[in-house]
Design a protein. Structure first.
Length: 155
């Protein structure tokens, strides 16, 4: 299984907000700089995350994006579904969606399709076991420091 760049960047962005923002809105520019993600692409990704009700945005001087749920409530499965669609794979369909053979995938006689469905369910369950909070915990254990303000001004 290969995840899209969109999904990987969304995961990095959500981790960044959970790890660095302390509950405050975070600007796309800051996330883009810290995670080395193109800001324009990140804006598009945040639209997907907003539609999935994972983040929301605040306009204005102190604006940015923030998590709508606690990091422990946002699973990697949520991120994959928001960016790449449902976690499913079809054993019996070709790239164009047409059936590859005459047996119905819901038919108990199509054993490979049944097994493939079980594998897909297990993969989805694994994605749903891990949350953004788990990523934050691992970063803390690894000793990654939370950055201070991006810019300092002296007068």
């Amino acid at each position: 299984m290969k995840l899209s760049t969109r999904c990987r960047y969304a995961t990095l962005a959500l981790f960044d907000i959970a790890f660095h923002s302390d509950g405050e809105p975070t600007q796309v520019r800051q996330i883009a700089e810290r995670q080395d993600i193109p800001a324009r692409f990140l804006e598009q990704i945040f639209q997907d995350l907003k539609r999935a009700e994972i983040v929301d945005g605040k306009r204005g001087r102190n604006g940015g994006y923030f998590l709508l749920k606690a990091p422990a409530e946002i699973t990697l499965g949520d991120v994959v579904r928001a960016t790449d669609g449902p976690l499913e794979s079809s054993f019996c369909a070709g790239d164009d969606g047409a059936a590859l053979h005459s047996a119905c995938p819901r038919d108990a006689r199509c054993i490979p399709a049944t097994v493939w469905g079980e594998i897909t369910s297990r993969i989805a369950a694994i994605f749903d076991e891990y949350s953004i909070a788990d990523l934050v915990t691992r970063a803390e254990r690894a000793g990654i420091s939370r950055g201070g303000p991006a810019y300092m001004y002296f007068i």
